[in-house]
Ligand binder design. Structure first.
Ligand SMILES: N[C@@H](CCC(=O)N[C@@H](CS)C(=O)NCC(=O)O)C(=O)O
Length: 258
């Protein structure tokens, strides 16, 4: 009898990560794939002008989508679980209770990403300060809960680390605008942030032009933060002009001839 070319769970199929250059949820999946040493292709879409093939694959119109062969998986947490189920080098703890705790922390990371969005789109000083304080409260809870030696839960890099690498990356740009005091006096978080920034999987989850891209994106928000950016006069290192080096956005479906 003829054997299928790859196992029926799709674990031998080609993996393609449909990405957006700034999306923190995409970065989670890219980090997990790199930690597992899995080969994958990355295709970037313009979320401001979603191509038809992308809308057909992603019912919520969001990145990331992981293509397993021709099958599309959407929602980053689900993608992470699929990778745990099918790929080597587990990034979840074995103990079910600890694993549940880690899944909850990944959800907490998603809540923080929503709070970061609310912070950078806040229209005026009052709401900006409210969002700033909410972020500080969220991180204060984490500071209490974590080990950070050097990873979230100790010696093993886990999916919680994969979820928070992209969270801290925002602050590399926020810190060039002003000191908002969101992460100050939190030594464990500071140590964790440094360790994450130096981890190759985290560092390489974005393209080299990530910071100027984020700068340009934030500056265009017409928000309270964008007025602070204008007042700060731009950063020499990540100046908006550098966005001219932006990587090409792929608009054809994955696998289509270039
Ligand atoms: N819950 C989703 C969130 C994904 C998400 O919000 N993606 C954003 C980019 S970071 C997106 O695609 N937004 C486009 C849109 O909502 O139209 C996940 O975890 O994958």
């Amino acid at each position: 009898m003829k054997q299928p070319a790859s196992p029926p769970d799709g674990s031998g199929a080609k993996l393609t990560l449909i990405s957006h250059h700034l999306c923190p949820y995409v970065q989670r999946a890219a980090i997990a794939l790199a930690e597992k040493g899995v080969e994958f292709e990355r295709v970037y879409v313009d979320l401001a002008d979603k191509p038809g093939w992308f809308k057909a694959l992603s019912p919520l119109g969001k990145t990331p989508v992981l293509l397993v062969g021709d099958e599309a998986i959407f929602e980053s947490a689900v993608i992470l679980e699929y990778l745990e189920d099918t790929q080597p080098h587990p990034l979840h703890p074995r103990d079910p209770l600890a694993r549940a705790g880690h899944r909850a922390l990944i959800e907490y990371g998603s809540a923080i990403l929503s709070d970061i969005w609310a912070f950078y789109v806040a229209p005026d000083a009052e709401s900006f300060d409210e969002k700033r304080q909410r972020l500080r409260d969220r991180f204060a809870w984490l500071e209490e809960r974590m080990v950070a030696a050097p990873w979230f839960d100790g010696a093993e890099f886990s999916l919680v680390d994969a979820a928070f690498g992209p969270v801290f990356r925002y602050f590399d740009v926020f810190d060039t605008i002003a000191d908002f005091g969101i992460l100050s006096s939190m030594p464990k978080l500071a140590r964790w942030r440094r360790a994450l920034a130096a981890r190759p999987s985290v560092r390489d989850a974005v393209t080299p032009d990530y910071e100027p891209r984020l700068w340009a994106f934030l500056e265009a928000r017409d928000s309270y933060l964008s007025t602070l950016m204008a007042a700060a006069g731009g950063s020499e290192d990540i100046a908006p002009a550098a966005t001219g080096r932006a990587a090409k956005v792929v608009t054809q479906p994955p696998g289509a001839p270039a």
